[in-house]
Design a protein around this ligand. Structure first.
Ligand code: ZN
Ligand code: ZN
Length: 208
């Protein structure tokens, strides 16, 4: 498996590029800005990007959706509950800044029934509402991409439109805590961690 990470945009979101070593097919998770840098990585490693997966619809995770889609012809996937954020600058948060942003509409949806295949890799989806209604985590082997649902020793805020602290607690208890300690966590912001560490040190998980 290939895995590249780039910290992008003014909110320092983590964009991940994940691919199959042999087939060179890859996906981009949360292209939240700095499209030129993301495209550099893609070109440098001779990757063919089949899809852009958004863990949720906030601007810091979708700002380069259009540019990456245009250059790679990748299709865009997001949970149906966050699809409205892609095209609505008020909902995706970009209206608060200089340039209101509208992404391309989703080409397909990511739900718990989804099995998204990338070469020989299969990605599963956990619906984890709380940060937004359509927030998801993406599972692959023993890796989980948590977006703004779970950070190292913290969680995403719940005070933006569609946010709900109780929903987030419920998502963490029912979707994240049952996973084994061995999962490596690649969050939407900040450092990589693992579930063993988070179970012990993340106050939002410890109190559940
Ligand atoms: Zn967010
Ligand atoms: Zn974010």
């Amino acid at each position: 498996m290939l895995l590249f990470q780039a910290t992008v945009g003014p909110f320092e979101a983590n964009c991940y590029i994940v691919g199959d070593n042999d087939t060179r097919e890859a996906i981009v998770i949360d292209p939240g800005g700095d499209s030129a840098r993301i495209l550099d990585i893609i070109e440098q490693h001779k990757l063919s990007i089949s899809a852009i997966l958004n863990t949720h619809g906030h601007i810091d995770h979708i700002a380069a959706n259009l540019a990456i889609r245009r250059h790679t012809e990748a299709s865009i996937g997001i949970h149906p509950d966050d699809a409205p954020l892609l095209r609505d600058p008020l909902l995706n948060g970009s209206a608060m800044f200089e340039i209101p942003f509208k992404s391309h509409q989703p080409d397909f949806f990511l739900t718990e029934e989804t099995r998204h295949v990338v070469g020989r890799l299969t990605i599963r989806v956990l619906h984890t509402p709380g940060h937004t209604r359509g927030s998801i985590c993406l599972l692959m082997n023993d890796i989980i991409f948590t977006g703004d649902t779970l950070f190292k020793e913290s969680v995403g805020r719940c005070d933006l439109p569609g946010g709900d602290a109780q929903e987030l607690q419920h998502s963490l208890r029912t979707k994240i805590l049952p996973l084994s300690d061995t999962y490596v966590v690649y969050p939407g912001h900040g450092d990589t961690t693992n579930l063993k560490h988070e179970r012990r040190r993340n106050p939002f998980l410890c109190e559940l």
